[in-house]
Design a binder for this molecule. Structure first.
Ligand code: PMP
Length: 396
């Protein structure tokens, strides 16, 4: 028999979410997550995956993943610090360090647990973290886990950051102070003001942490936001994921050797959770090699991103302040954003609505993620559907 209190808690809260348009249905994808996806027997132009470069379905990655299963098996078998560190994990980390231009890299099972692991391994209750108010949930959770004082600064507002950094230093209350930001903000596609952040960090001796989940593979000819600004020597933690542009799964921190050494002995998912599978490690390494060999996929991503963006802007949609291929269509009211997404689906476009709590209330949107794998024909078709549904709903 289940607990009555639990049942009441669950049923009341689920009903409230549904009534307010805040409950997201999950649609399973039948088959691969490519530029065209199959859901409920329908073929749809996919504008909702983070597979920026199309690598998730790349034949070269698929082949090395199959080979790794043959040579190393299906699973890593243990946590990294016992005997789950396979040669493939070391090769991946070396390749990533080369790619990022840092002394060393530590990899984790996901970007989410990387943030949980790395922030809490370095910061504690005697410290403070200056965190952009729009930072990703995994940063927020990593900060909370560390028990450091969290001081939010207004989104990309450098005056606010400077003021709060000064106050924190002058209070004399904290041993260490970190500033942490997304490199690219995933819901709006804008880029962090890293040159100013680094300048403020130098002035106040702040530790710098950049979550580049959406910048890696996209900015800096693929190497990320820090490279985009030429700040490789000025950022302590270059965090990234292997799950978006890289097309596989995993997270990592690139930085100086002493930092990576410390994370290897102190970050709990590295110590207590099994390593990623051989196929994941081998495919991720192959993806990095592809990015290091050529900017072809990166260039195609930008071409497609600009094409879709121009098309939607010309139709009169509010695409916010995006500076990257991420293209939001900001609708406002949550239910309207969900209805818009539903109508796009019916017309053959998969562009998921994003609502509170992922974005602030009243800024519900449909977020588009064009990739290098889309063709011009697919994007034209999507733009036509946007026009039809946008006019029908009185949005444009
Ligand atoms: N950071 C940011 C900014 C993200 O957008 C995400 C994924 N949504 C993550 C971290 C977590 O990465 P992963 O999916 O690899 O766990």
């Amino acid at each position: 028999m289940s607990s009555k209190t639990l049942d009441k808690f669950l049923n009341d809260n689920l009903a409230e979410l549904k009534a307010n348009g805040l409950y997201n249905e999950i649609d399973p994808v039948q088959g691969a997550n490519g530029p065209i996806i199959h859901i409920n027997g329908k073929n749809l132009i996919n504008l909702s995956s983070n597979n920026y470069l199309g690598l998730a379905t790349d034949e070269r990655l698929k082949q090395v993943a199959k080979d790794a299963v043959d040579s190393h098996g299906a699973g890593a078998g243990a946590v990294r610090t016992i005997n789950g560190t396979l040669d493939l994990h070391i090769e991946l980390e070396k390749k990533l360090a080369e790619f990022k231009g840092t002394e060393a890299v530590i990899s984790y099972q996901s970007g989410f647990n990387c943030n949980m692991a790395a922030i809490s391994a370095v910061m504690d209750k005697h410290d403070a973290i200056l965190s952009d108010e729009l930072n990703h949930a995994s940063i927020i959770d990593g900060c909370r886990l560390s028990k450091a004082k969290i001081i939010r600064f207004a989104h990309s507002d450098m005056d606010d950051l400077r003021l709060k950094a000064k106050e924190a230093v002058e209070s004399g209350q904290y041993n260490k102070i970190m500033v942490i930001t997304d490199g690219v903000f995933s819901m709006d596609g804008d880029i962090a003001k890293l040159p100013e952040i680094v300048e403020i960090a130098e002035e106040f001796d702040l530790i710098t942490y950049v979550d580049d989940a959406h910048g890696s593979g996209v900015l800096g000819k693929g190497a990320g936001t820090v490279k985009h600004f030429g700040l490789q020597d000025k950022v302590d933690f270059q965090m990234g994921t292997l799950s978006k542009a890289i097309g596989v799964i995993g997270g990592y921190v690139a930085g100086k050797a002493n930092l990576i050494d410390w994370l290897k002995v102190r970050s709990r998912p590295f110590l207590f959770s099994t390593a990623v599978s051989p196929a994941d490690a081998a495919a991720s390494k192959k993806a990095i090699e592809i990015l290091m060999e050529s900017t072809e996929l990166h260039d195609k991503l930008w071409e497609n991103g600009n094409y879709l963006k121009d098309g939607l802007k010309k139709l009169g949609f509010d695409i916010g302040n995006s500076e990257t291929p991420i293209t939001p269509c900001i609708i406002g009211e949550e239910k309207a954003a969900q209805e818009f997404s539903k109508r796009l689906f019916e017309e053959g476009v998969y562009a998921k609505s994003i609502v509170f709590p992922t974005v602030p209330r009243g800024t519900g949107r449909v977020r588009n993620m064009p990739t290098a794998a889309h063709t011009k024909e697919m994007l034209d078709e999507a733009i036509q559907v946007y026009e039809k549904v946008g006019k029908e709903m009185g949005l444009i």
